[in-house]
Design a protein around this ligand. Structure first.
Ligand SMILES: *[C@@H]1O[C@H](CO)[C@@H](O)[C@H](O)[C@H]1NC(C)=O
Ligand SMILES: *[C@@H]1O[C@H](CO)[C@@H](O)[C@H](O)[C@H]1NC(C)=O
Ligand SMILES: *[C@@H]1O[C@H](CO)[C@@H](O)[C@H](O)[C@H]1NC(C)=O
Ligand SMILES: *[C@@H]1O[C@H](CO)[C@@H](O)[C@H](O)[C@H]1NC(C)=O
Ligand SMILES: *[C@@H]1O[C@H](CO)[C@@H](O)[C@H](O)[C@H]1NC(C)=O
Ligand SMILES: *[C@@H]1O[C@H](CO)[C@@H](O)[C@H](O)[C@H]1NC(C)=O
Ligand SMILES: *[C@@H]1O[C@H](CO)[C@@H](O)[C@H](O)[C@H]1NC(C)=O
Ligand SMILES: *[C@@H]1O[C@H](CO)[C@@H](O)[C@H](O)[C@H]1NC(C)=O
Length: 339
């Protein structure tokens, strides 16, 4: 009991000695960034209570990216920007502990932000926009994965304030956009973009809440004679690339996980040293955050079978469309002929 009171007193003292978010930003060379919060809806700052364990992804004043990004994206309000940069670090909650156990030794994490504007967040009732933080490259430098395929390095140590920590990043986080506009930013997804339009799937893919899009790169389509397929078959193929009712941020994916697709089929996740695979199709760029979920680009088409065996180690090779994956009826013949 005495110990408890000492701990309580200590933690109270810790909070009392730390400054507010705005003061801490201003005192540490982040005053331009602080102005975003000062201009934002006051409810954002008041959500970041004393002792609430937030992470604030902030850019410092010498990063001209702050001002140039601000002027480039006038249409996005400061409130959205501030909300997207404020994530709840649930590390100390039981939710996070469960989550950590699932991930085994991966330091990657998914954090829910304060961005809840229903105009640009469509993840299901009461679910705010999230972002992914995970190590990148051989050095394992932690990076933040945000909207528009943005991957932002963390460039400094956490700076504590009374509601959590300020985590310095190299540029302001992009607000996640709709699927079509996000795909159009990737030059190697032009075939997918065209085919989604042709098959009238742009609407469902943009508007369905809480999805994971597996976006085949153009090279995946090069292996298939698309003009030999009917519209119906193309719809079948593309629908198999949309996982419904599940936002599969990479830190959440588990080996052997089976997920349902818009085509009413399933895809099975494989997590290997060489990467993550969906029915054998290897993920090339992961965790592109969009309004209604997440996009991962894949190197080959994702078949509808569930029996794929991605490589135990090493690279994928051409495993994306084994005969077993071709559960799309006549399409199976059309595509299999090309392999
Ligand atoms: C950003 O803009 C503010 C106000 O317009 C200005 O005071 C500040 O010096 C600018 N910072 C940079 C890095 O350009
Ligand atoms: C979602 O964002 C709102 C503010 O826009 C905040 O009040 C709420 O606590 C957030 N929810 C979660 C689960 O973070
Ligand atoms: C601002 O961040 C950059 C890295 O993005 C760093 O090189 C620079 O030293 C930082 N400036 C200050 C004043 O901390
Ligand atoms: C496709 O584009 C993305 C983003 O520009 C990139 O990360 C990925 O490596 C590209 N894929 C190939 C095969 O070049
Ligand atoms: C895929 O894109 C290439 C150019 O990047 C184009 O030549 C080809 O016709 C496209 N195929 C389909 C099926 O859209
Ligand atoms: C897409 O919609 C147009 C117009 O409603 C229709 O003519 C076309 O057949 C549709 N295509 C497919 C693949 O459903
Ligand atoms: C692709 O399919 C079309 C229509 O069936 C056919 O005319 C064309 O020769 C095929 N192209 C190749 C390279 O097989
Ligand atoms: C989807 O699957 C359910 C059962 O899993 C089945 O009842 C339904 O007919 C299927 N729909 C289509 C379009 O295949």
């Amino acid at each position: 009991m005495i110990l408890f009171h000492i701990l309580l007193a200590l933690s109270a003292a810790t909070f009392a000695s730390a400054d507010t978010l705005i003061d801490t930003l201003q005192q540490n060379g982040f005053s331009d960034f602080a102005s975003i919060y000062q201009d934002a809806d006051p409810s954002i700052l008041s959500s970041i209570d004393v002792g609430s364990n937030f992470i604030i992804y902030a850019t410092n004043n010498t990063q001209s990216a702050v001002n140039s990004t601000l002027s480039r994206r006038r249409t996005t309000s400061q409130s959205q920007r501030a909300a997207m940069s404020s994530v709840q670090n649930t590390a100390s909650s039981s939710k996070k502990l469960r989550f950590k156990r699932q991930q085994a030794n991966s330091p990657a994490a998914v954090y829910e932000s304060l961005l809840s504007d229903p105009e640009i967040v469509n993840l299901g009732l009461g679910v705010n926009q999230s972002l992914v933080e995970k190590p990148v490259g051989d050095a394992g430098v932690p990076n933040v994965f945000a909207g528009a395929g943005q991957v932002v390095p963390i460039v400094g140590n956490d700076i504590p304030f009374d509601g959590g920590v300020i985590r310095p990043v190299a540029s302001l986080l992009e607000i996640p956009g709709a699927v079509p506009s996000t795909l159009s930013l990737f030059p190697n997804l032009s075939n997918l973009t065209a085919l989604l339009t042709q098959s009238n799937l742009t609407g469902p893919v943009s508007e369905t809440a809480g999805i994971t899009v597996l976006a085949p790169e153009d090279s995946a389509f090069a292996a298939v004679n698309i003009s030999a397929l009917t519209d119906e078959q193309i719809v079948g193929i593309l629908s198999q690339h949309v996982i419904v009712n599940y936002v599969g941020y990479s830190p959440l994916l588990k080996d052997g996980q089976v997920l349902n697709t818009l085509a009413n089929g399933t895809v099975t996740v494989a997590v290997r040293d060489s990467g993550v695979y969906f029915n054998g199709a290897k993920v090339t760029a992961s965790d592109v955050i969009v309004e209604n979920g997440v996009v991962h680009t894949v190197a080959s088409l994702v078949g509808s079978g569930d029996g794929e065996n991605p490589p135990a180690t090493g690279t994928a090779g051409r495993v994306g469309l084994g005969l077993k994956t071709l559960g799309l009826g006549a399409l199976g013949m059309a595509v299999a002929a090309l392999f």
